[in-house]
Design a protein around this ligand. Structure first.
Ligand SMILES: [Zn+2]
Length: 233
């Protein structure tokens, strides 16, 4: 029994959720599950159809992106995952999809405005859209630099990766993360729902105002604050 079996299982289950939730077609998308004590993560192999995936096929990679265990090539986005794990110690899962509505906002290069309480249950800010990558970054180590593009966006906007667990990369698509791979996928599905709702909101009323601050704080804190009362304790 491999010491990485728990990670492979978690990554496998999380990846299999992507087509079920309608977040990916074909082999698009990838999820990883990390163990910071072991300094590795399990990630989907590159280009393998979801129906052919098994837990054993999940590739084990370290936080520099080097394969530690596995014969298949890891996802082409592996270095982006590695950079995020190396710099953000409190995330245990990363998810990347080209889901329809989230990707549309990324292509439009717009933050997703906070219009309602669905959004405020997850974060108090507009979902940030990092600028498109520079030519130098694209021609350099593209996937590696995508990780820095995300982190730079959070630095520039003074955002906390523990409070806002999703981002758009301009011209590209969404990335999300969380304490576990399952939570990262959950956040991807939420991002997609919020992206669709925001688009419809602007279509129905192009002047729709942002959510009031009182409601933003109320909704975020009842779910995440020190005196949260959402769900069962
Ligand atoms: Zn992509």
């Amino acid at each position: 029994m491999s010491q990485y079996e728990h990670l492979q299982q978690a990554a496998y289950e999380a990846n299999m959720q992507l087509p079920k939730l309608g977040l990916v077609i074909f082999t698009f998308g990838n999820v990883s599950a990390a163990d910071h004590n072991l300094g590795v993560f399990a990630i989907k192999p590159s280009g393998v159809p979801y129906e052919n995936l098994t837990p054993e096929k999940m590739v084990i990679v370290d936080f520099e992106g080097k394969t530690v265990q596995g014969t298949l090539r890891p996802s082409s986005d592996t270095l982006t995952h590695a950079v995020l794990y190396a710099h953000w110690p409190e995330i245990g899962g990363v998810c990347h999809t080209h889901s329809m509505y989230g990707t549309a906002w990324a292509q439009a290069q717009r933050d997703i405005p906070i219009f309602g309480t669905t959004h405020a249950d997850y974060t108090t800010v507009d979902i940030p859209c990092a600028p498109p990558m520079s030519d130098a970054y694209i021609e350099g180590d593209y996937e590696y630099q995508t990780g820095f593009q995300i982190m730079d966006c959070f630095k520039d906007k003074s955002l906390d990766y523990k409070e806002t667990e999703m981002v758009l990369v301009g011209n590209h698509a969404p990335f999300s993360w969380g304490k576990t791979a399952a939570k990262a996928v959950h956040n991807s599905a939420v991002l997609e729902a919020i992206a669709q709702m925001a688009l419809l909101t602007e279509q129905i009323n192009p002047q729709a105002p942002r959510l009031k601050n009182a409601l933003i704080r109320k909704h975020f804190e009842r779910k995440h604050g020190p005196n949260s009362y959402y769900g069962q304790s």
